[in-house]
Design a protein around this ligand. Structure first.
Ligand code: EPZ
Length: 419
């Protein structure tokens, strides 16, 4: 079995370069098949989820050409199959982006019901509500979901919950619907804005992305031609910011959009860390034990659920008692059992956890329970005394490219080994 073996104790010092955002790359890749012209996508992260999505795109007839590790050329003119199925694609949440993309372009799509990290009930009722409002019929049978329409018509859609996935799916389908669609209570995450920008470079007419009202004037078809570079990964950058604080190190995080990280910066300052923001970099350092905090995860621009576990590691060694309320996913505290094996004192119940800060963590054998939990355990291993072994690396590979190499360059003693 593969594991990360970490000998902890080194503060992290140096520079790290942030890659393209997984959660922006996934919808952008799906949307790239909505035109018959060739599209070039740059700054694409080379992670398991994007690779699975690309394989699934190739499986239905999309021409996918790897120009280099982070650049891919896509042409969706020869798509011959509107059914996306298979063992790998079943495991990723983003498989549902094929629904919006294919429904928009071909007015029909059948996709295996989405998987993804086991972090809570992952409903898709808002996606379905959106497709139906645009005039599609939606059926679920034998583990597959089919959306179909004779033609799509713009609509006024008020989302009952702020959903990243539903906002993206509706935006894609509506881009090629007749007339105007308005999405109210839309998600505002940086990847929503990135997808809207990408669709607009292909000729879509989308306004308001990044606010909670998005207006989409449907166009007849989308074009290609231009290249598009995926936005830097807000969550990868936040992971290294929190690693700097936890290890009492000093890291300069290059190629990030500092605006996307303001809520993390504010919390780091509140608990006694330091942040210097440049044009496209953040320097984060900390020379004392962080103090306690109260955190509530919220949709953007609130504190992101995808950085909750990494913040949990910081609070596990903070001075005092901290509380985290997870308002997005109901099972995102599984990592706290693993941190407790390392000497943390965390009590979690439902969507809340109480962190009695301890002076130190101690190395142990732990299991990554989801993608961000895996990143948090790496940080925990780096700051712990002694040796930590982390198992279930598949979760981490889904969304972090070369994470061990990046941490090694910052001074961590981390190896990927076969047991
Ligand atoms: C995206 O998931 C991300 N995944 C998640 O990142 C992230 O945690 C999440 O957004 C929140 O920021 C991708 O981008 C591929 P949602 P998504 O729809 O779109 C409820 C990571 O670690 N809901 O915004 O699936 C839902 O149950 C991952 O990279 C409904 O009730 O999340 C949840 O409580 C994990 N009905 C909340 O909304 C719906 O139809 C937010 O979900 C849809 C969602």
């Amino acid at each position: 079995m593969e594991q990360y073996a970490i000998n902890g104790g080194n503060p992290l010092v140096g520079e790290v370069e942030i890659g393209g955002a997984k959660n922006a790359a996934l919808p952008i890749l799906a949307a790239s098949l909505m035109t018959d012209e060739t599209v070039l996508i740059e700054n694409m992260p080379d992670v398991r989820d994007t690779n699975i999505l690309l394989d699934a795109m190739a499986g239905i007839g999309t021409h996918v050409e790897r120009v280099d590790r982070h650049t891919v050329k896509i042409n969706g003119s020869l798509i011959h199959d509107l059914t996306v199925n298979g063992d790998s694609v079943k495991k990723i949440r983003a498989s549902y982006y094929f629904l919006g993309a294919l429904l928009g372009k071909y007015k029909k799509a059948t996709v295996v019901l989405p998987g993804g990290c086991d972090i809570g009930c992952r409903a898709i009722d808002q996606h379905i509500k959106g497709f139906k409002a645009l005039g599609a019929t939606v059926e679920i049978a034998h583990g597959m979901i089919t959306a179909e329409a004779s033609h799509l018509c713009g609509a006024h859609i008020y989302l009952d919950v702020v959903s990243v996935g539903a906002t993206i799916n509706i935006m894609m389908a509506a881009a090629l619907a007749e007339g105007r669609t308005t999405i109210e209570n839309a998600a505002k995450e940086p990847h929503i804005v990135d997808l809207a920008n990408f669709l607009n470079t292909m000729g879509a007419d989308i306004r308001g992305a990044g606010t909670d009202v998005i207006k989409i004037n449907g166009v007849e078809k989308l074009t290609g031609g231009k290249s598009y570079s995926v936005v830097p990964d807000q969550i990868e950058a936040g992971t290294f910011m929190l690693a700097a604080v936890a290890s009492r190190g000093d890291i300069t995080i290059r190629n990030c959009i500092t605006k996307h990280l303001e809520c993390v910066t504010a919390k780091i300052l509140e608990i006694g860390g330091n942040v210097e923001a440049g044009e496209d970099f953040l320097r984060v350092w900390c020379d004392k034990r962080p103090s306690k905090a109260t955190i509530k995860t919220l949709p953007y621009p609130g504190f992101p659920t995808d950085l909750q576990a990494q913040m949990g590691v910081v609070l596990s060694i903070a001075d005092g008692t901290s509380i985290i309320n997870e308002s997005i996913w109901e099972s995102r505290f599984q990592y706290t059992n693993e941190l407790n094996k390392m000497g943390a004192q965390i009590t979690s119940q439902g969507k809340s956890a109480i962190f009695e800060g301890v002076e130190k963590l101690y190395g142990a054998s732990v299991y990554s329970t989801d993608l961000r939990a895996g990143a948090a355990l790496i940080i925990a291993g780096i700051i712990a005394e002694g040796r930590t072994e982390i198992y279930n690396l598949g979760h981490i590979d889904r969304g972090y490219e070369n994470i061990e190499e990046k941490f090694r360059k910052l001074g961590a003693n981390i190896e990927r080994v076969q047991e």
